[in-house]
Write a protein that binds this ligand. Structure first.
Ligand code: SF4
Length: 265
């Protein structure tokens, strides 16, 4: 999944320019899409990188582009930045969020293909992976024309099949919290082995010491969820973005593909 990990050194600061943000607990200021952040340096690095949280830019420590930034910068636009080529800047900013969604789908599909339990649908998963990859290889105009919502819907149906196959192999009764409102819910030590938490709202929930192995986490909102002591090994479709938004510490057990955020201490 190396190409699905952000490489800011090869990106033209696209998340700091292309995306809008509003003054809130996550951002100290407001800016429109296409406007460079006031902290973005001439070399596309962040002028407050070491102090983002204390400077009121917590949202920047949570965001993850799944490697879409370097893909758009170096491949789709051939290494010419929006500063060098103002005429294509708008198109670059339009392409970036589409590429980010495609890379997110590649992340899930790559994970699903590698799981033993998905053997019965592996060929379809590999086909979907190849189609998604080909969508990322097009010209700027090609990528901007991708109907990413329709593609996402088709991929999601396949990912759900893969999830069902994996979780069917987990013994015992499995909880179904798909899309559930679990905001602030106390679930300390909960047995969520093989549960469905698809799209669940887990904002500020207490998941300390919970067993989340083989739980389907796709789209779950983990902002400020307390994951201290939780076991997320082998959880399905978990992303760095979700982990960055949650709270945890050295006792949180993560899937191998994810990194413990430095702000967890
Ligand atoms: S504060 Fe830094 S990381 Fe956040 S948008 Fe601005 S330049 Fe980018």
């Amino acid at each position: 999944m190396r190409n699905l990990l952000a490489d800011c050194s090869n990106c033209f600061g696209l998340c700091c320019v292309a995306l809008p943000f509003s003054k809130s607990s996550d951002f100290a200021t407001t800016k429109d899409a296409g406007d460079p952040c006031r902290n973005l340096r001439g070399d596309f690095s962040c002028g407050i990188h070491a102090d983002l949280r204390s400077s009121g830019f917590r949202g920047c420590t949570v965001y993850d582009c799944f490697g879409a930034g370097q893909k758009v910068s170096q491949d789709t636009f051939g290494g010419r930045s929006w500063r060098e080529d103002r005429a294509s800047a708008r198109l670059m900013f339009d392409v970036f969020p589409i590429m980010r969604q495609l890379h997110e789908l590649l992340w899930y599909l790559t994970e699903a293909v590698a799981l033993d339990a998905t053997a019965p649908i592996r060929t379809r998963l590999q086909q979907s992976l190849a189609i998604t990859e080909s969508m990322t290889e097009g010209s700027p105009a090609d990528v901007s024309a991708v109907d990413v919502e329709a593609h996402r819907s088709a991929v999601n149906a396949l990912l759900l099949e893969a999830s069902d196959l994996v979780r069917a192999g987990v013994g015992g009764k499995k909880k179904n919290h798909r899309g559930a409102d679990l905001i602030g819910k106390k679930m300390t030590g909960a047995n969520l082995l093989g549960a469905s938490l698809r799209g669940a709202y887990l904002i500020a929930s207490d998941l300390r010491n919970a067993d989340l192995r083989f739980a389907d986490m796709i789209g779950a909102d983990l902002r400020d969820a307390d994951l201290r002591g939780a076991d997320l090994r082998n959880s399905l479709y978990l992303t760095q973005f979700q982990i960055n938004a949650a709270r945890g510490d050295a006792t949180t057990r993560l899937p191998d593909a994810l990194t413990r955020p430095s702000h967890w201490g």
